[in-house]
Ligand binder design. Structure first.
Ligand code: SF4
Length: 369
């Protein structure tokens, strides 16, 4: 699927002004921990058609939620940004053609762009019985992954399924589903887990690669540190309630209606690394699971998402201080924005003794049940 880029990126973003675009690049820089002065450089890289990398996007065992989430992002014209930032040569959901025509596009792109394309893989890879549980064009998906990765400049596993196997890999894992890093041992596979992952994290990773010609710093699970460096619990807008010992005990009770902490309903925020509360999901305040009143289920952590039951309370081994302390008496909806909290968090430092205080408060509340 070759895009015809007859006009510039800015011309195509007709509902998106240059000023908005620069603001967006500033936000991307801030979310990656880069100085704001980097925004013009990021914008320049994004608008340079010559730097636009060819991308081959494969689908394995998955629900297509990662792609759906990416395409439904509303701000700022995200689908245009992502589709114009990259040259999407092959994507099984978006391909206009199918069958032999689509396969020909894949092989043509691999040949023409050998050593230059970014390979994005969505979905897990089944290994049992020779990989027969996911066949594409008559071939096991695992073979296609290995062959396509051989000549890729970079490999990205998008979503929890591609990162480690996701829901398909839950016991008893009948198909032997696993993640791309397991299949491509010895290759650096940038993992952007989440169910679905936040599209801004994917976009920021691509923009970083375009701007600096290298991958962003990764953690020990090959996740970009800028996105997965902090616990959700550190930047959650309900954190002041956790610190104050105010918890929803049941869905729909007074505490739940008041926006209290969801820890007792099974929130995995204290053991899950992701930037959901800082960057949200596209539509502004509250657009993330905890913001809508549902506990985080830990979808970005292999040991948590799809492993620990949804409503089981997390074992809080290490209590990190909140990125910013908001007065607990502050009215709901009038607190510091999550973004501001995140920025302040960089300079907040460690609150000595916070862990002990929080543990005490949890205990006090439990005793009162
Ligand atoms: Fe937020 Fe969950 Fe932490 Fe409560 S336990 S503060 S809801 S992340």
């Amino acid at each position: 699927m070759k895009k015809q880029n007859h006009c510039s990126l800015m011309e195509q973003l007709n509902d998106f002004s240059r000023r908005d675009f620069m603001k967006f690049c500033g936000l991307v820089a801030a979310s990656m921990g880069l100085p704001l002065s980097m925004a013009p450089r990021i914008a320049e890289a994004a608008m340079d058609a010559k730097r636009r990398p060819p991308v081959i996007w494969l689908h394995g065992q998955e629900c297509t939620g990662c792609t759906e989430s990416l395409l439904r992002a509303t701000h700022p014209s995200f689908e245009h940004l992502i589709l114009d930032l990259i040259s999407l040569d092959y994507h099984e959901t978006l391909n206009a053609g199918s069958g032999y025509q689509a396969e020909a596009a894949l092989h043509q792109s691999m040949k023409e762009n050998a050593g230059k394309y970014i390979l994005v893989i969505e979905g897990s890879v089944p290994l049992k019985e020779g990989g027969k549980y996911c066949m594409i064009a008559g071939r096991p998906f695992v073979d296609i992954v290995k062959e396509t990765a051989e000549k890729a400049a970079a490999v990205v596993a998008i979503g929890s399924c591609a990162s480690w196997g996701g829901v398909q890999s839950s016991p008893p894992n009948p198909t032997g589903a696993t993640g791309v890093p397991e299949v491509l041992k010895g290759t650096t596979v940038v993992s952007i887990p989440g169910c679905p992952p936040n599209s801004y994290n994917f976009l920021s990773t691509v923009l970083y690669f375009l701007t600096f010609g290298k991958l962003p710093a990764l953690d020990d699970k090959a996740r970009p540190k800028f996105a997965y460096g902090r616990l959700i619990h550190e930047n959650c807008e309900r954190r002041p309630h956790f610190d104050a010992g105010r918890f929803a005990e049941k869905f729909g009770d007074e505490g739940h209606r008041q926006g209290y902490c969801l820890y007792k309903l099974g929130c995995k925020g204290p053991i899950t690394h992701a930037n959901c509360p800082s960057i949200l999901f596209y539509a502004g305040a509250g657009t993330w699971p905890v913001g809508t009143g549902h506990p985080c289920f830990g979808c970005t952590e292999q040991a948590v998402g799809f492993k620990v039951p949804l409503h089981t309370q997390a074992e809080v081994a290490e209590v990190t201080p909140a990125a910013a302390h908001v007065p607990i008496e502050m009215e709901k909806g009038k607190g510091m924005s999550a973004g501001a909290a995140g920025v302040l968090g960089a300079v907040a430092g460690v609150a000595i003794g916070a862990g002990a205080v929080i543990a005490k408060k949890l205990g006090e509340s439990d005793e009162g049940e």
